[in-house]
Design a protein around this ligand. Structure first.
Ligand SMILES: Nc1ncnc2c1ncn2[C@@H]1O[C@H](COP(=O)(O)OP(=O)(O)OP(=O)(O)O)[C@@H](O)[C@H]1O
Ligand SMILES: [Mg+2]
Length: 315
């Protein structure tokens, strides 16, 4: 019997119908993903999704990479470090009715174990939610001596006492370079930078890399920019391709081959409190995020090796 993708190819196939051939392509990529095994990292990977530029796809990336990895049976903890609480919304966890949140964790009132909530969609995904009160934390902890390491300390306490092994801890950062982001960068080994495929994409990237450099120098010498992901990519425009090529030219070993297309389904999913992996599993957005997640998973040995080498050098 012919497969779904073969049927679509037969009906719509050929270069003359671009919508049809696009559907056929997505369908065969979906099927390929269902046959591939996502390798689990040998050790927990701690990844902050950061870019001080607003609206470049940080939350969408944190949420959908987490969902894609959880869908592939990896154990994931997402920490929402943004007072906007967008990642908590998109992952369908309660966060605006006085629930315990990242705020309580940073201020030392609660441990992560007491605050995290299970994802309603994925058995192996948990979320530490954030709400607007987190915006007060930056001022409230400003005078504390260990103010940059509040999340790091809470996270290591949790991981050390947890009976569960997590494959990935993914932190969604707010669009700033303030104390919340520094806390995230001190708590992780890796930064994933989403880059929106638009004209000003590379502006501000220098400043971000510089801040990461400062964190490396003063607090976290093994911090690695392990991954860049080009988001909101429009295949029909030359500009998107030019941006991708430029990022690739500057950061050849960091940028993923997969790009995330601009799709309506990706932007609609959060309003249904869902990741796109759940909301539109067969669509182009879900397929692209699962492919990006696969690339991330496959790069684990190399990334962990680099981090290990940096840790040894800095000791
Ligand atoms: N691939 C995509 N296709 C279509 N819309 C997208 C895509 N990625 C993100 N968006 C939309 O763009 C907007 C910004 O995305 P997102 O919230 O992920 O960015 P952000 O960097 O987290 O923003 P902020 O800086 O405010 O935290 C959202 O409305 C989101 O739904
Ligand atoms: Mg966001």
């Amino acid at each position: 019997m012919e497969s779904a993708s073969e049927t679509i190819k037969r009906i719509f196939g050929g270069k003359s119908n671009s919508v049809g051939s696009e559907m056929a392509e997505v369908s065969s990529r979906y099927e390929a993903l269902d046959h591939v095994r996502f390798p689990k990292p040998a050790e927990t990977r701690y990844i902050a999704v950061a870019n001080q530029k607003g609206g470049v796809g940080k939350t969408t990336t944190a949420v959908n990479i987490a969902a894609a990895l959880a869908y592939a049976h990896s154990k994931i903890l997402v920490i929402d470090m943004d007072p906007q609480g967008n990642a908590s919304t998109a992952l369908g966890v309660k966060h605006n009715g006085g629930e315990l949140s990242t705020y309580d964790v940073l201020e030392g009132r609660k441990g992560i174990a007491e605050v995290k909530q299970p994802s309603p969609a994925f058995k192996t995904l948990e979320v530490v939610p954030a709400s607007i009160d987190l915006s007060g934390a930056e001022l409230e902890v400003a005078d504390m001596q260990n103010r940059n390491n509040l999340l790091k300390d809470a996270l290591s306490d949790f991981i050390e006492s947890s009976k569960t092994h997590y494959d990935y801890v993914i932190i969604d950062c707010p669009p700033s370079l303030g104390l919340l982001v520094i806390n995230a960068m001190c708590a992780v080994n890796e930064v994933l930078i989403p880059i929106q495929a638009e004209y000003y994409a590379l502006e501000g990237l220098g400043q971000l890399i510089q801040t990461i450099g400062l964190v490396q120098k003063h607090y976290n010498p093994s911090l690695l920019v392990s991954t860049m992901l080009v988001t909101m990519f429009d295949r029909r425009t030359l500009l998107s391709k030019e941006i991708y090529d430029k990022v690739r030219e500057h950061y050849p070993h960091i940028v993923l081959e997969t790009t995330i297309p601009r799709t309506v389904k990706i932007s609609e999913a959060p309003s249904f409190a869902k990741s796109v992996i759940e909301y539109d599993p067969h669509g182009m957005g879900a397929v692209a995020y699962r492919e990006a997640a696969l690339e991330i998973a496959r790069r684990s040995p190399a990334v962990l090796k680099t981090i290990q080498a940096r840790k040894q050098r800095s000791n």
